[in-house]
Write a protein that binds this ligand. Structure first.
Ligand code: CTP
Length: 452
């Protein structure tokens, strides 16, 4: 289905022309310097999956520079990025680490939109594989690909001549794409990088692929051996484990397929990576369903960050004593951590005080101390009667305003001052409780309580 000799042709016709032009320019610049240039990772996978003539605009491009007969200098990727930036002055250049990688970024460019191109030099220093391959050419690109997560992400497309357009498939990625399999390259993959468990699930659900059975075994083995207990090494070159886990969780929880992904993570026992006691049981599923309804209804403008609310709901499902630690580990925002810290106390307060609120004004007076996300979390945790009252507050009561405002009070001859607050509060309470229904009644109410 994917004849590699024809890849060049299909790439040039699949990709958006401006993107193809950029890749051609980049490969010419690499050729001038005697290097090979490869398109690697997700872009190759997505190109092969797209498999149609079209106008594919990939937003995230990974390029790897390699030497021709020997490894390229470590600074090659950076040099190439600098050369390209001269030709594309609208791109921003970022250099990361000690000459390891460079990125060219376009922001809302009329041609290239928001494109991110990472350029790295083929790396051979990580996870060395048994040096059995006598072929010198491509040995560093092979090693670069070998340290990647799944066979479908370890494909490279050579962009430079000779043999431009050739697909480098050392690990059977093409077959796995055809057979819809997520397969790691070696047994230690998840031990080396446990976030790959979440990545594997994400790819499986996103493409409707299956996690190949031995890869599933490796996942279970890694989880049982407690990979996630390993404390994150803050000084390591790669971001700490928990930061990367959070990034993967974000990807999953903001995708349309987040529910199936959570289900698969649970089936694999991988929710334990968040906390050993975490299970996607019927209660949590119900809470997540309720949350969605709630977000649709109370936050149609998406002023809250919905994936974070999903994550907070998941963490809130843990026993209260575990919540803050997990929230901090996953580097939630300060207000999210605080919310989870205060949730148990707030829930107890609501359970005790809300049923005692007889009048709507008392409900408002009591519930307005909590913000929307806190009320949502409380509602998800509590029984139906309490939840109904919170819903009623959020849908109706919280939108009711006093019949008169500050300007009206001024026109009525009240001197502006601190008492305005109290007067407006009283007016609101009387409105909520149905004691006043129009302006005339409001003015009468004021005259009796606040003589001028
Ligand atoms: N990669 C890896 N292990 C990780 C993260 C990334 O091996 N933990 C490699 C994979 O080869 C991947 C590439 O780095 O293809 C780029 O990573 P990323 O941009 O995160 O993934 P993509 O495959 O591009 O996926 P997406 O389309 O979701 O961005």
């Amino acid at each position: 289905r994917f004849p590699s000799e024809r890849l060049n042709l299909s790439v040039s016709s699949s990709l958006a022309p401006q993107l193809w032009k950029l890749l051609t320019t980049a490969s010419q610049e690499a050729e001038k310097r005697g290097w090979h240039l490869y398109l690697v990772g997700g872009a190759v996978r997505d190109l092969l999956l797209a498999n149609t003539a079209g106008n594919l605009m990939i937003k995230d491009i990974d390029l790897v520079v390699d030497g021709f007969h020997k490894s390229a200098d470590v600074g090659a990727g950076v040099e190439l990025a600098k050369a390209l930036q001269q030709l594309y002055p609208t791109a921003r250049l970022e250099i990361h680490g000690a000459f390891q990688t460079a990125a060219l970024l376009w922001h809302k460019d009329p041609q290239l939109d928001s494109l991110w191109v990472d350029i790295a030099t083929a790396r051979t220093e990580f996870y060395p594989y048994p040096a059995a391959n006598p072929e010198v050419e491509a040995s560093s690109i092979r090693q670069d690909l070998y340290r990647r997560d799944f066979t479908i992400n370890a494909l490279a497309l050579r962009l430079t001549s000779p043999r431009a357009g050739e697909l480098l498939d050392f690990f059977g990625g093409l077959l796995d794409l055809q057979a819809k399999q997520i397969r790691v390259l070696h047994a230690n993959s998840f031990i080396e990088d446990p976030t790959r468990i979440y990545r594997g699930v994400r790819f499986a659900v996103r493409f409707s692929f299956e996690i190949e059975s031995q890869t599933q075994e490796f996942i279970r083995y890694a989880i049982n051996s407690g990979v996630y207990d390993r404390t994150a090494q803050e000084n390591s070159k790669t971001p700490a484990l928990q930061t990367r886990l959070k990034t993967e969780l974000k990807h999953i929880l903001e995708a349309p397929y987040w529910k199936s992904a959570l289900q698969l993570l649970d089936n694999l026992g991988a929710l334990q990576c968040i906390h050993p006691t975490l299970k996607l049981d019927a209660l949590l599923l119900r809470q997540l369903r309720l949350l969605e309804r709630c977000l649709r209804r109370f936050d149609p403008q998406q002023s809250l960050i919905h994936w974070e609310m999903r994550l907070e709901t998941i963490i809130a499902h843990l026993e209260p004593q575990y919540r803050v630690k997990v929230a901090k580990n996953l580097q939630l925002q300060e207000d999210g951590i605080k919310r989870l810290q205060n949730l148990a106390k707030a829930e107890a307060e609501v359970l005790e005080s809300l049923p005692a609120c007889q009048r709507p004004s008392q409900v408002v007076q009591f519930l307005r101390q909590y913000d929307l996300p806190m009320l949502v979390l409380i509602a998800l945790q509590t029984q139906r009667t309490i939840r109904r009252q919170i819903w009623y507050y959020l849908t109706i009561l919280s939108h009711i305003n006093p019949i008169l405002n500050g300007n009206d009070l001024k026109k009525l001859g009240y001197k502006p001052g601190v008492q305005y607050r109290q007067m407006l509060d009283d007016l609101l309470a009387a409105t909520l409780d149905g004691n006043i229904n129009n302006k005339a009644e409001a003015e009468e109410f004021l005259a009796s309580s606040y003589p001028r």
